[in-house]
Design a protein around this ligand. Structure first.
Ligand SMILES: NC(=O)C1=CN([C@@H]2O[C@H](COP(=O)(O)OP(=O)(O)OC[C@H]3O[C@@H](n4cnc5c(N)ncnc54)[C@H](O)[C@@H]3O)[C@@H](O)[C@H]2O)C=CC1
Ligand SMILES: O=P(O)(O)OC[C@H]1O[C@](O)(CO)[C@@H](O)[C@@H]1O
Length: 385
């Protein structure tokens, strides 16, 4: 069995590639990083180390790599694949769509077997978004045939993999925990079940639980940590005031999740505790700039901050701490992050009120807008005691 995985980065090698390899797949990575591709081609294997006391290490062998800039190679790989997965970043999905579409055309011409394409990105409906990008490259005629033989099941992926600073550029250190949930209602009948994937009939509670707890909590720690001069999540969370604020944010999203999806209160509290412990794993060093990266994406209406805040508001709750986390995101001034630079430029040019609306889509007359703006003004001058 052969899997083509787009993105040989931290999640690609440290999570998806590892799971697929352990499940018996030959993994072919497609990436646009020339040196990474060459190294994988040369070595055909890499190691994954768990961030635990024992430093458990796994070797992933039998891997291949192709250069994602070569459309022909990408298309051929997709045409011959038994599974396609991605972990490139949700904003990059549109860039890999042409190669996938070309590969699909080749499959249809050959009458190849049905195929599942799973986007493993931090986003709601990642595979569905990829499908739209791919379909934009297909003729009307072909789309009907593709509907019958290619499925794009959505997924939720959870494993913390920081930026790597290892001597071996292929080695990845990952947290021991992982969760990969796939929506089986979007899969074709008789699909092959992969060990390590949890198949569910309704993905929404899983993806929202993950995105609104792990990712909302994590980015809140990152933005608050950055604001108060901390470099890593571990150091930020060692500050009791930041840790307490992050817990408050997670309780706010928790109240929404419990109300919306009927989760058990005690179980959800345990879930929050477990995640807070994952954030402070002292075997990992996770920079606040990585966890806070791409604030425009993170502040967008369907992502981890605005979506739960608006949903909570609709259900009659007042998302005070989420508003604070969003305000902190507007104070994330990492000069290396083009999205942070753009937000800061807009704050100067348009002012706070318009900038909040531009990125969150929340109108100036909305209570949450007022809450973000008030918190923004307060946070600018805040100090930890
Ligand atoms: N790192 C983490 O802990 C987690 C990340 N994710 C998600 O996984 C995705 C990837 O994140 P990371 O692995 O951390 O990022 P990363 O930056 O380590 O890896 C992304 C890889 O995609 C490659 N890439 C970029 N454009 C490409 C293209 N056109 N074709 C093929 N490859 C291309 C890059 O060269 C890079 O190697 C993101 O959506 C992220 O939100 C999800 C859960 C955890
Ligand atoms: O990859 P993104 O969406 O930029 O966000 C980083 C997030 O991904 C994770 O790595 C895992 O979900 C978290 O560490 C963090 O919340």
């Amino acid at each position: 069995m052969r899997a083509v995985h787009f993105g040989a980065g931290n999640i690609g090698r440290g999570f998806i590639g590892l799971i697929l390899s352990q499940a018996g797949y030959e993994v072919i990575f497609s990436d646009v990083n020339d040196s990474l591709v060459e190294l994988l081609q040369e070595r055909k294997s890499y190691t994954v180390r768990l961030a635990n006391e024992e430093q458990d290490t796994f070797t992933v062998s039998n891997v291949k790599a192709i250069n994602g800039k070569n459309l022909e190679d990408v298309a051929r790989a997709v045409a011959e694949a038994d599974l396609v997965t991605t972990a490139v970043g949700v904003n990059i999905l549109k860039h890999i769509a042409a190669g996938i579409a070309k590969g699909i055309e080749m499959r249809i011409e050959r009458g190849a077997a049905p195929l599942h394409i799973i986007a493993c990105e931090n986003a709601i409906g990642g595979s569905t978004q990829l499908k739209e990008h791919v379909y934009a490259h297909l003729s009307e005629d072909l789309r009907d045939k593709v509907d019958a033989s290619i499925a794009f099941p959505d997924a939720a992926v959870d494993r913390i993999v920081p930026i790597q600073h290892n001597e071996d550029p292929l080695q990845v250190t990952v947290e021991p925990f992982y969760e990969w949930v796939v929506d089986e209602s979007q899969m074709m009948e008789g699909f092959h079940r992969i060990d390590g994937i949890h198949y569910v009939k309704h993905l929404e509670p899983y993806i929202e639980r993950k995105l609104f707890t792990v990712n909302t909590g994590h980015c809140s720690a990152a933005y608050l940590g950055y604001l108060h001069g901390f470099t890593t999540i571990q150091d930020a969370m060692a500050n009791s005031q930041i840790a307490s604020l992050v817990r408050h944010v997670m309780h706010e999203t928790g109240a929404l999740l419990i109300k919306k999806h009927g989760f058990d209160l005690a179980q959800h509290e345990q879930y929050i505790d477990k995640i807070l412990n994952r954030f402070i794993n002292h075997h990992l060093i996770d920079e606040v700039t990585r966890v806070g990266r791409s604030p425009i994406r993170k502040l967008s209406s369907n992502d981890r901050l605005v979506r739960p805040a608006l949903q909570a508001y609709e259900l009659g709750m007042k998302p005070t701490y989420l508003a604070m986390a969003m305000a902190a995101a507007f104070l994330f001034k990492d000069q290396e992050d083009p999205e942070a630079v753009k937000i800061q430029a807009d704050l100067q040019k348009l002012g706070v009120a318009q900038t909040i609306t531009k990125y969150t889509t929340i109108g100036e007359d909305h209570l949450i807008h007022e809450m973000i703006k008030t918190q923004y003004d307060q946070l600018q001058h805040s100090d930890l005691t």
